[in-house]
Write a protein that binds this ligand. Sequence first.
Ligand code: FES
Length: 102
Amino acid sequence: MPKVRVAQVSELPPGTLKTYEVEGEHILLANVDGRIYAMGAICSHEEWDLSEGTLEGETVICAGHGAIWNLKTGRAEFSEPLPPLPTYKVAVENDTIYLVVE
Ligand code: FES
């Protein structure tokens, strides 16, 4: 399966969130205790960048209005239904993080 290089693990210590532009898409990478998750980075409520939010377990709390995004499912808990965000498979080889493109 094709893979796209996104970042080095060393730029994303455990407990951090960062947004990267990958082939025109904004992708959020999150390091949860050494496990890397990738999800769309732009909140589908009012388009805040989720890397400005707070990582709590396997969720990200949007800094905009508090939607709670699940990094595994791309779904949000919020006061109104929000369109889900894409989630991506990640491969880590040596110190490099790749998105696996299906
Ligand atoms: S922009 Fe994310 S909750 Fe409003």
